[in-house]
Design a protein around this ligand. Structure first.
Ligand SMILES: N[C@@H](CCC(=O)N[C@@H](CS)C(=O)NCC(=O)O)C(=O)O
Length: 223
């Protein structure tokens, strides 16, 4: 049985964004069942968990054949075994890998810097000077990304692929801003991807334990 490690609870700003959702979504698209192995934040420190995920983060993954960490690598592994996420032809697979890495290496660092400023360093004096630069660099990337998408529905060809899981997840981390509204084709792209039933199931499954934890301990929501 496939097992995906996820957190039992995270603060509201991270709910729906924790990276196990990438893996859950890939498994849903591939039609593969899995168990989620829920850990508490402090369980990250346990040596047994570090053996599975050296940085004490989620997700970690095991399927009886491999034990993996790094959400991008896990999604790629699942995709290599599923027609739903990768085309059969070699050149098509190369394009999926290209756009999957573009999401993680060419877009995510810019989105991550902005999200870091807005969420983890909100209100700190240095952000007043730095944020406009970060936003400007991000906007340049988004303009190029939108041009690259052109009239296509998906990034790596004419069908949805593993690359779209990564790209959508990265772009979703801008949802605390209205920046994507300036790039209508990208906003439509994210909405199209989020409307997929597999994404909706993955999101609901990530949120389910958070809601249960909050019902048991209302002080979590109150902060
Ligand atoms: N590059 C890793 C990053 C994983 C990651 O950042 N996980 C976050 C949740 S989205 C985490 O576990 N944060 C808790 C921590 O770092 O202590 C991946 O893509 O799997």
């Amino acid at each position: 049985m496939i097992q995906v490690t996820a957190f039992k609870w995270v603060p509201p700003f991270a709910q729906g964004s924790v990276r196990d959702i990438r893996v859950r979504w890939a498994l849903e698209e591939a039609g593969l069942g899995y168990d989620d192995h829920l850990i508490a934040h402090e369980d990250r420190l346990a040596p047994e968990y570090r053996a599975l995920q050296p940085f004490g983060q989620v997700p970690a993954y095991r399927d009886g054949k491999v034990e993996m960490f790094e959400s991008g690598a896990i999604v790629l592994w699942i995709a290599q075994h599923s027609d739903a996420l990768m085309p059969a032809d070699e050149c098509g697979r190369a394009m999926v890998m290209t756009w999957l890495f573009a999401a993680m290496n060419s877009i995510e660092p810019y989105v991550g810097q902005l999200a870091g400023i807005d969420i983890f360093h909100a209100g700190e004096a240095w952000t007043t000077e730095r944020r406009p630069q970060v936003e400007a660099q991000l906007r340049t990337r988004l303009a190029d990304l939108q041009t690259a998408l052109g009239d296509r529905k998906w990034f790596a060809g004419d069908r949805f692929s593993a690359a779209d899981i990564l790209m959508t997840h990265v772009l979703r981390d801008l949802r605390h801003t209205d920046i994507l509204a300036g790039y209508p084709a990208l906003a439509d792209y994210v909405a199209r991807a989020e409307a997929r039933p597999a994404f909706q199931r993955a999101l609901a499954d990530q949120l389910k334990p958070f809601r249960a934890a909050e019902a048991a301990r209302p002080e979590l929501v109150a902060g």
